[in-house]
Unconditional design. Structure first.
Length: 127
């Protein structure tokens, strides 16, 4: 097999693998849950702000909540950018389940959120 043919094959294979992720984060298919978070050193995400009227806000998530799992996978030890771009964000209309630790409570909270297109109001995010 020539090097050029191998290179084209590899490119097509990579595009086939990336297509679902790219489609989920592009144009009108893109959706989110309305969370602005900061990564902790161990990989967990602390909620810094919520989009007013977004899925997370409407479900009762709060600033200060700590996301410990996304769709059953621990956030600890994970790459923050990959978690945001490929686990929290995705195709609008699809579901994502977040397991959250809330300071002051002993039991974890579970939120099943449906990603949707978010339109930020004039102040952007809720306080």
């Amino acid at each position: 097999m020539s090097a050029l043919r191998l290179c084209i094959y590899s490119l097509c294979f990579c595009l086939a693998l990336l297509a679902p992720a790219l489609a989920g984060n592009s144009g009108r298919n893109f959706g989110g849950v309305g969370i602005d978070g900061d990564p902790w050193a161990d990989g967990q995400i602390v909620v810094k702000q919520l989009v007013a009227g977004g899925p997370a806000h409407l479900a009762g998530m709060q600033v200060g909540d700590i996301i410990t799992h996304i769709d059953g996978k621990p956030t600890r030890g994970s790459n923050f950018s990959q978690m945001v771009n490929y686990r929290l964000r995705g195709q609008a209309g699809t579901k994502v389940v977040l397991r959250v630790r809330r300071p002051g409570t002993s039991r974890p909270l579970i939120f099943e959120l449906t990603r949707r297109q978010l339109v930020l109001p004039k102040g952007g995010k809720s306080p």
